[in-house]
Ligand binder design. Structure first.
Ligand SMILES: NC(=O)c1ccc[n+]([C@@H]2O[C@H](COP(=O)([O-])OP(=O)(O)OC[C@H]3O[C@@H](n4cnc5c(N)ncnc54)[C@H](OP(=O)(O)O)[C@@H]3O)[C@@H](O)[C@H]2O)c1
Length: 171
């Protein structure tokens, strides 16, 4: 099985989205996301792809969809996690595989991921899409930094690594 790293920004209530967009605009978090994912693989659901609206530059963009007709220049399209796995194996690339959302995709990769980069925003926003609940005991906080954003929110950048062999195997 490939290694997967979740990267997500969430508010105090695990909110991640509102009407298929981010509920906030925080340039410091966008910069953090860019720095982390540059030159790596970014794997996303079709709705997150729609909300971004373009391929992220200097990254390998991979979109999951069941739509066999979906295509876009510069985008790798995969139709299942099994298909994605086979493709990643065939690439033999040293890139980190970042799962960048949204909620549906986070939920499927949570049992498979070995790292989570979580930006926590100390605020309660309005929205409709949440990061799934997860068992905190399976994760060890290995890096923690705080920052005040120019928009006035307190942020923390947290890296969690999975403890031991608690991840699921693909069947
Ligand atoms: N705060 C953050 O860090 C963050 C990050 C990313 C996204 N978001 C937000 O999250 C929201 C979108 O999340 P969402 O859960 O609604 O949608 P999503 O996870 O981005 O996309 C769901 C779609 O992905 C495709 N898909 C998912 N798993 C698949 C699989 N195993 N095989 C094939 N296709 C698969 C399906 O597309 P088809 O319907 O085409 O089959 C599905 O309808 C937006 O509000 C966005 O702004 C927030």
């Amino acid at each position: 099985m490939q290694d997967y790293s979740i990267i997500v920004a969430m508010d105090r209530n695990r909110l991640i989205g509102a009407r298929n967009h981010l509920p906030w605009r925080i340039t410091e978090d966008l910069a953090y996301f860019r720095t982390r994912t540059l030159n790596q693989n970014v794997i996303m659901g079709r709705k997150t792809w729609l909300s971004i609206g373009k391929a992220l530059d200097e990254r390998t963009n991979i979109v999951l969809t069941n739509d066999l007709g979906f295509s876009y220049p510069g985008v790798i399209v995969q139709h299942s996690i099994a298909e994605l796995e086979s493709w990643l194996v065939s690439q033999q690339s040293p890139n980190e595989n970042f799962i960048i959302g949204g909620a549906g995709v986070f939920e499927q990769f949570l049992p498979l991921a070995c790292k989570m980069y979580i930006t926590r925003i100390e605020h309660e926003f309005e929205g409709d899409t949440y990061f799934p609940p997860y068992n905190e005991e399976e994760w060890l906080l290995t890096s923690y930094e705080t920052q005040s954003s120019s928009s006035g929110y307190e942020l923390s950048f947290n890296l969690y690594e999975r403890r031991g062999e608690t991840h699921a195997k693909l069947g």
